[in-house]
Design a protein around this ligand. Sequence first.
Ligand code: AMP
Ligand code: ZN
Length: 465
Amino acid sequence: MIHFFNTLSGRREPFSPLEPGHVKLYTCGPTVYDRQHIGNFRAYVFEDLLKRFLRFQGFGVTHVMNITDVDDKTIRGARDRGLSLEAFTADYIKEFFADLETLRITPADHYPRATGHIPDMVRIIQGLLAKGYAYRKDGSVYFSIARFPGYGKLSKIDATELRATERVESDEYDKENARDFALWKAPKEGEPYWESDIGPGRPGWHIECSAMSAKYLGPTFDIHCGGVDNIFPHHENEIAQSEAYWDRPFVKYWLHCHHLIVDGEKMAKSRGNFYTLRDLIEKQKADPMAVRYLLLSTHYRKVLNFSFEALEQDQAALRRIQDFLYEVDNRAFPPGRRPEVPAILDEAKAKFAEGLADDLNISLALTALFELIKRINVLIKDDQLRADDARETASLIRRLDEVLAVLPPKREVKIPDELMKKIEAREQARKDRNFKLADALRRELAESGLVLEDTKDGVRWKILK
Ligand code: AMP
Ligand code: ZN
């Protein structure tokens, strides 16, 4: 049984999707006014871990991630650079997709853009006006939070204290400033706007996620994710808009990851304390897989403190797994199998899955993996591991890596015939007790990158990388 901590209930809950065997997932995507920093990628890597784990457990997953290409920040950025919204956001969108690929984040099924869904948003706003949840003021439309009794249930703010007659224009604000929020904003000098049945204007930020999630997943779906900074006001407002319009529960499970911080502060564009993925890879020569490992190896509900020392440690941990896989993939072990190995593999797999089933407890999952490596290494050291065991161990590690996605794909290693002949010639020389020739051949092989080890079960070779 899988359990997740649900922000809505404030508790750990057993997970069961609305439709057995299939999970509908919505995650808030980037606002494309700048490059994304690794704090943003913490959220996307956490969501990727969740999705990969659900698939590992046999669920189908339909995943939607929105692209916010119109909001206060994109409009400001486009104006400052004298570009259209579309021209301004295009490069950031391209870079975002390239970064997702670099971090091996599995693509979503849909990446709807806000600017491509204005009519869907307008329809909901019209409905909210008709039902009395929204009102017009100076050409804009606002959601009346006093009309929605559940307002505050996700972020646990007490909405009864708020003065319902006050309004906020901006897309982002804090709990102290919770007021009626803008669904549709009247045109302003020099800003892009759309003609619509509710008048000219442009959408507020929150309405896009209510409109696009329903369009691709239906009005009620299983999991909604984002960083904790999205809980208020963004997700609270999504719930209000969607439930008021459809009269149905919006989302069953809300999962939020905590922040990535540097020097005790949230990594954010506005603070200027951020690294992009490219900064790390190009300037710091970081291995993208070590960055992924760093982002996923702290439990998603804990603060992740970014530092270069942490990155180095994670690189070392990752190398331990990679070296081990290389070893079981490429060493020649004596044929056959050991009776105790299947139980070791089964136990590791079960513990890995149990760890992740416990609200994505990655520490338990990684402990299971390192424990496996340790136990198999003991067998290797004692010359106990056999070829079938090695193959099955490698195959389990690759299976676990379908969730982690930090290991390189298998390199096919083929020993050239000429070297195979030398290995055999050396074996013969040893049998003939011609140790001088045997040693000479061993040295030649070593120069070609092939190291031989003699064990009581025969010769074993290892290719140096
Ligand atoms: P934005 O581009 O600001 O709309 O953010 C996109 C996603 O990144 C959202 O899910 C945010 O909650 C998340 N996010 C932003 N900054 C951080 C951070 N420092 N740590 C973790 N997640 C973050
Ligand atoms: Zn959203």
